[in-house]
Design a binder for this molecule. Sequence first.
Ligand SMILES: NC(=O)c1ccc[n+]([C@@H]2O[C@H](COP(=O)([O-])OP(=O)(O)OC[C@H]3O[C@@H](n4cnc5c(N)ncnc54)[C@H](O)[C@@H]3O)[C@@H](O)[C@H]2O)c1
Length: 339
Amino acid sequence: MADTVRLALVGCGAIAGYHAKAIRSIDRIEIAAAIDPKREAADALAGEHGVAAFATMEEAAAAVDFDAVDIMVPHDLHESQTERALALGKHVLLEKPIAQDLTTAERVLAAGAAADQAFMIGENSQYWPDVVAVDRLVRDGAVGEIIAAQAAFENRFDPFWYPGTRPWRFDLQRTGGGVVIDGGAHWIRPLRMWLGEIASVVGVTGRPIAAMDGESLAQALLRFESGLVASFLALTSPANLSDAPWFRVMGTKGEVLIRGGFEAGGVELYDEDHPDGRSLPGEHGYFHSFKPELEDFAALVLDGKPPVAPPEKALGEMRTALALYRSARAGEWESVWHG
Ligand SMILES: NC(=O)c1ccc[n+]([C@@H]2O[C@H](COP(=O)([O-])OP(=O)(O)OC[C@H]3O[C@@H](n4cnc5c(N)ncnc54)[C@H](O)[C@@H]3O)[C@@H](O)[C@H]2O)c1
């Protein structure tokens, strides 16, 4: 059996640079090609990593030997790109969300399950060091019984994530939603890791970024199957924001929080022994989640080891987003799993 995954990057936009950087620090994955119909995007990433650039997967497959693809394209292309990769016999790592709507997502999951190749949905917050550290603290009982939690996905509008004159992220048909189904998903998964499954949602949405069809603001309460309730904020703001914590988990013995930070976050524990808080040592920061995610994909391809979370786990973030959208329209609690 091969000891390295030869991986083609499909979609060479904003997130591809972060994936590629992580791959360079992983022994078991080698970048084999950069694929994007936008020639300059493919050329730039290919040049940086010393591989050839292609406009399509089929062209790449005819010219270069690779085993797997890392699909990082707009949401409405997730299904077609997954189908094409599986038809070429390639293993697939597909960025979240599974697709732009539930029916398509279920087809994508079925195609992945039916294939002989490895198939994984990339939900990197499952591997985010700060989130993993909180998971460990919660499981070890550091905050006692959880009472409440808060998650706030908030940042200033950054054109880097919205390239071009009419970015695909402005188009509801292409995204399936706004900030909740997109970046907000990475804040919903940690809550599910710590508090269990979400049963129902009540929320409101707004559009402070008026050019974007989907919501750039959501405020919601998430009720878990356990009965616990967490508050959830998702905001892409036109203005600068403070550095309020991204997550708080409050329990009978204390509180643990995650400080905001894409490059360097931080976990703090407040309890009886540390009334002013104690910072946890170790690696922190959202962007440090891609390396362990891609290592998990390599282990799936090379060793057949199941990933930390199966692909269908990502239905939870999608269904929570869709339930929040229904709730914003109806003004009522909406079930996540029925409806
Ligand atoms: N995990 C994270 O933190 C994170 C962050 C951002 C984006 N994402 C996800 O990554 C995906 C891409 O988002 P992005 O921000 O990089 O978008 P982007 O617009 O910056 O990049 C997408 C790229 O896909 C290319 N593309 C379009 N059609 C293609 C095709 N048929 N074949 C190959 N390439 C094609 C585009 O030309 C573009 O360069 C989305 O699913 C998004 O939700 C994840």
